[in-house]
Ligand binder design. Structure first.
Ligand code: FES
Length: 141
């Protein structure tokens, strides 16, 4: 299970913190979360979903690295994600920086529901094959 490898790393004052969260409501198809009030990264280990708010946008990522499905880590001191297996690096919006992976982090389809964000667990977009959907898979905070 990818979540088993998740490592929560203590935050620093100048970096986006990581917290563990649970869905407000959840089904097989959707999970609803409170909209993040500030920039930061939260992880729902049960659903293997990363919620990240950065520069006014909120994204939901698969916890698994797009290379070989290792659970990604958030490095608050470096303000980026990193895969512990082959060290691929990703920006807070999931964009690929460097490493063995060949695409950015996979993004779930998301929508606003009042003050919440709903993640469609059936719609996971890959940057290279979902060229229209991946860039717009976010909501504004
Ligand atoms: S599994 Fe993440 S870079 Fe290889």
């Amino acid at each position: 299970m990818a979540a088993a490898a998740l490592m929560a790393i203590s935050s620093t004052a100048d970096a986006m913190p990581l917290r563990l969260i649970s869905a407000l409501e959840s089904s097989m198809a959707e999970s609803k979360y409170a909209m993040p009030a500030a920039d930061g990264v939260t992880v729902d280990k049960d659903k293997e979903v990363i919620l990240a708010r950065a520069a006014g946008k909120v994204y939901a990522f698969a916890l698994s690295c797009p290379h070989q499905n290792t659970a990604l880590k958030w490095l608050p001191g470096d303000n980026r994600f990193q895969c512990p297996k082959h060290k691929s690096k990703y920006a807070p919006d999931g964009k690929y920086i460097e490493g063995r992976a060949t695409r950015s982090m996979d993004r779930y389809q998301v929508r606003k529901d009042g003050t919440n964000i709903v993640v469609n667990l059936d719609k996971l977009y890959e940057e290279d094959s979902d060229k229209a959907e991946w860039p717009t898979a976010f909501v504004t905070a």
